[in-house]
Write a protein that binds this ligand. Structure first.
Ligand code: 5GP
Length: 210
C-alpha cells in the first residue's frame, strides 16, 4: 500500500535523548531505517566509523559536497554534518521510513526539498533535566556543554517549522508516540492515492459489468 517510505526528521536539544529513542524505535519495529551521517567531528569514545557516523576529514567532507553526495549538510558547533544521499534513496525505495537524526538547519533544508517529510522535535521535560543529562553523559567538557546549551536555546527558536513535538520523559512512551505519529502520517489521503484510485477503478468495472 505505502510503497515509498516516509522521510522522518528527528531533531531536538542535544541531550534530549533522541539517540536512545531512535535506537529503541529501530529495535522494536522493522519499518524504519536510520541514516548514518557523515561528520568532521572527532569520534567520541565507543563510537565506530560507519555505525554512529562516517568520520571524515574536512577535505573529504567538502569533496562529498562538491560531488553532490549529500541530501543536506550543515555546520554545527564548528563541525560539518551531512546526510549521505545513496542510503536514503535506497531505503525509501525499499519502503522503509528513513530517520534522519539531524539539527535544525538540515531539517529545514529537508522540508524544502521533500515537503512530505515529517519533522519531529524531541524535547526533555525541562531545561534542568537537559542540563543534568548533558553533564551526566560525561562525554564533553564544560565548554562544549555550554556551547550546546546555548545552541539548544537557539534551536528552540526554529521549532515552529516542525510538525510534532515529542516529550522524552519516559523512553518507551516517547518511542510509542513517534511510531503512532508515523503510522498516522502514512494514512494521509495524499499517501494513499494509488489505493483509492484502484478501488475507484474496480467500482467502475463492477458498474460496467452490470
Ligand atoms: P553530535 O555531535 O552530538 O553527534 O551531533 C550534533 C548535532 O548534529 C545533533 O543535533 C545531530 O542531530 C546533528 N546531526 C547529526 N548528523 C547530521 C546531519 O547529517 N545533518 C545535519 N544537518 N545535522 C546532523
Amino acid at each position: 500500500m505505502n510503497k515509498q517510505g516516509l522521510l522522518v526528521v528527528v531533531s531536538g536539544f542535544s541531550g534530549a535523548g533522541k539517540g536512545t529513542a531512535m535506537k529503541r524505535l529501530l529495535e522494536k519495529y522493522n519499518t524504519y531505517a536510520l541514516s548514518v551521517s557523515a561528520t568532521t567531528r572527532a569520534p567520541r569514545e565507543g563510537e565506530q566509523d560507519g555505525r554512529e557516523y562516517f568520520f571524515k576529514t574536512v577535505q573529504m567532507f567538502e569533496e562529498m559536497i562538491a560531488n553532490d553526495e549529500l541530501v543536506e549538510y550543515a555546520q554545527y558547533v564548528a563541525n560539518y554534518y551531512g546526510t549521505p544521499k545513496a542510503y536514503v534513496e535506497e531505503q525509501l525505495a525499499a519502503g522503509k521510513n528513513v530517520i534522519l537524526e539531524i539539527e535544525i538547519q538540515g531539517a529545514l533544508k529537508i522540508k524544502q526539498k521533500f515537503p512530505d517529510a515529517v519533522l519531529l522535535f524531541v524535547v526533555p521535560p525541562s531545561a534542568a533535566v537537559l542540563r543534568e543529562r548533558l553533564i551526566g553523559r560525561g562525554t564533553e567538557n564544560l565548554d562544549v556543554i555550554e556551547a550546546r546549551l546555548k545552541r539548544a536555546a537557539e534551536e528552540a527558536e526554529g521549532v515552529e517549522a516542525y510538525d510534532y513535538i515529542v516529550v522524552n520523559d519516559n523512553l518507551e512512551d516517547c518511542v510509542e508516540d513517534i511510531n503512532e505519529i508515523i503510522k498516522s502520517e502514512q494514512k494521509r489521503v495524499a499517501k494513499n492515492l494509488t489505493l483509492i484510485n484502484n478501488i475507484k477503478d474496480e467500482l467502475k468495472s463492477f458498474a460496467e459489468g452490470e
